[in-house]
Design a protein around this ligand. Structure first.
Ligand SMILES: NC(=O)c1ccc[n+]([C@@H]2O[C@H](COP(=O)([O-])OP(=O)(O)OC[C@H]3O[C@@H](n4cnc5c(N)ncnc54)[C@H](OP(=O)(O)O)[C@@H]3O)[C@@H](O)[C@H]2O)c1
Length: 371
C-alpha cells in the first residue's frame, strides 16, 4: 500500500497562509527517487510567490506546493536508478515549479518528495538532515551564476579545490544563502573571492574562503572594493541583495578582466510590498528598476543578466554540482552546509511560521522545519 502523504499547500493567489492537507503519493519515475522528508528549509522564493501570486511562476496551477530545499531518506527508486538505494540519506533541490518539470510530486513542502537524481546528493552520516536542508536553492543559484555558459562561465569546482586561476570574483551579499554557497563554489573552482556582508559575518565569509570582506552599508564600500581589485584580474561578479547590481556594475567598470555580472536579486523588494495600488506600483517599481540597471550596464560596459536558480536542472551544471562535486566535497569536509539552520519547529504546520520568520529578515541563518 502506498504511504499516506500530506503537503503544505498555497491554495490561492491571495496571500493566504499555507494549509496542510492530504496529498497524492507518486511513485518515482525513471531517473527519480522518492524520499521521506526529514527537514525542509525556506527561501525568499517561497514567500515572494506567496506575496506576488501569479506575477511569478504563473504556469503553476493552484493549489501549489512550494519548497525547493529538502533532505531525507530514500524510500523508493525509479527505473534505471543505480546511484541511490532505499535507506540512503540525501539532500536535493526539488524543482517541481520549474516550467519544464512543473509537477506537484517534485515540490518540496510535503512528507514524500520525488527528486531528480541529478539534483540530489548523498550526505555524510555526520551531517544532520536539518543542516543539509539549507543547501539546495542557495547552491543551485550560486552554481547557475558561476558556471553556466550564459552567466560567468567559470571553470567547474572540484574537491580538493582546483589550482588557482589567479582571477578574482566579486560576490556581493556573501552572508546570504546564495552567497555562502557561491564563496565556497568559486574557491573550489580556483578563484579568489572578495565579498560584502555585515561586519558580524566577516569571520564566517572568510572561514568559507573569501580573501576580503567589506560592509555593504558603508558609504565608502564601492571605493574600497575598487581599491581591493587594483592589481587583480576579475572573472566577474554576482550581485545578491537590493542595490547590489548597481554597485557591482560600478566596481566592474573599473576592473581589469571580464566585466560580466550575474544578478540574483530582482529590482523588487518583497519585504516592502505596496499596500495600495498593488499591481501598478509593483509594475512601475520593477520596470523602472530594470531600465536603471540597463542604463548602468551600458555606462560601465558590463554584460549582465538575471539568474534563475533552477536552470541548471536542464544543463551540464546540475550533474556537475549534485553528482560529482557536492557528495565528495561534503564527505571530505572541503564544503560545509551553510548558513546555519534556524529550526523553527516540527511538522508541516510550522512551515508558514518559518516563512514568516524568513520574511522578517535573517542574518546568515536559514529557517528550517523538521518533519
Ligand atoms: N534569481 C534566483 O533564482 C534566486 C534564487 C535564490 C535567491 N534569490 C535572491 O537572492 C537574494 C538572497 O536570497 P537568499 O536566500 O540567499 O537570502 P537570505 O539568506 O535569506 O538573505 C539574508 C542575508 O541577506 C543579507 N543582505 C540583506 N540585504 C543585503 C544587501 N542589500 N546586500 C547584501 N546582502 C544583504 C544579510 O546579510 P547581513 O546579515 O550580513 O547583513 C543576510 O545575511 C534574494 O534577493 C533572493 O530573492 C534569487
Amino acid at each position: 500500500m502506498a504511504p499516506f502523504n500530506r503537503a503544505a499547500y498555497l491554495v490561492a493567489a491571495k496571500r493566504s497562509p499555507l494549509e496542510v492537507k492530504s496529498a497524492a503519493y507518486t511513485k518515482p519515475g525513471p531517473g527519480q527517487i522518492t524520499i521521506k522528508t526529514r527537514a525542509v528549509a525556506t527561501n525568499p522564493l517561497d514567500f515572494i510567490k506567496q506575496t506576488v501570486g501569479d506575477l511569478l511562476y504563473d504556469w503553476v496551477k493552484y493549489p501549489i506546493i512550494l519548497g525547493s530545499d529538502v533532505a531525507g531518506e530514500v524510500v523508493e527508486v525509479g527505473k534505471g536508478v543505480t546511484r541511490f538505494k532505499v535507506g540512503d540519506r540525501v539532500v536535493g533541490h526539488s524543482i517541481g515549479m520549474a516550467k519544464k518539470h512543473n509537477s506537484p510530486a517534485l515540490c518540496g513542502f510535503q512528507e514524500y518528495v520525488n527528486l531528480l537524481t541529478h539534483m540530489s546528493s548523498h550526505i555524510p552520516d555526520s551531517l544532520p538532515y536539518e543542516n543539509a536542508a539549507v543547501i539546495p536553492l542557495g547552491l543551485s543559484t550560486a552554481a547557475c551564476a558561476l558556471f553556466q555558459k550564459d552567466q560567468l562561465g567559470l571553470q567547474f569546482p572540484s574537491s580538493p579545490a582546483a589550482k588557482s586561476t589567479g582571477r578574482t570574483v566579486l560576490i556581493w551579499g556573501g552572508s546570504t544563502s546564495v552567497g555562502v554557497n557561491a564563496i565556497q563554489l568559486a574557491t573550489a573552482a580556483g578563484y579568489e573571492v572578495i565579498t560584502t556582508c555585515s561586519p558580524r559575518n566577516f569571520e564566517l565569509v572568510k572561514r568559507l574562503g573569501a580573501i576580503a570582506a567589506f560592509d555593504y552599508r558603508s558609504s565608502t564600500v564601492v571605493k574600497d572594493i575598487k581599491k581591493a581589485f587594483q592589481g587583480r584580474i576579475t572573472a566577474g561578479a554576482i550581485s545578491i541583495g537590493q542595490g547590489a547590481a548597481a554597485a557591482c556594475m560600478n566596481i566592474l567598470g573599473s576592473c581589469k578582466g571580464d566585466r560580466v555580472l550575474s544578478m540574483a536579486t530582482y529590482p523588487l523588494d518583497p519585504m516592502n510590498m505596496p499596500k495600495r495600488f498593488v499591481m501598478p506600483t509593483i509594475a512601475y517599481t520593477y520596470l523602472s528598476g530594470m531600465a536603471a540597471l540597463w542604463i548602468k550596464a551600458k555606462r560601465y560596459g558590463v554584460r549582465s543578466q538575471f539568474i534563475f536558480g533552477d536552470t541548471l536542472v536542464d544543463n551540464e551544471v546540475g550533474p556537475v554540482v549534485y553528482e560529482q562535486f557536492l557528495p565528495k566535497a561534503l564527505a571530505d569536509g572541503s564544503f560545509v552546509a551553510a548558513p546555519e539552520p534556524e529550526i523553527v519547529g516540527h511538522g508541516l504546520e510550522e512551515i508558514q511560521r518559518a516563512l514568516d520568520v524568513h520574511m522578517k529578515g535573517v542574518s546568515a541563518k536559514k529557517p528550517v522545519v523538521t518533519l
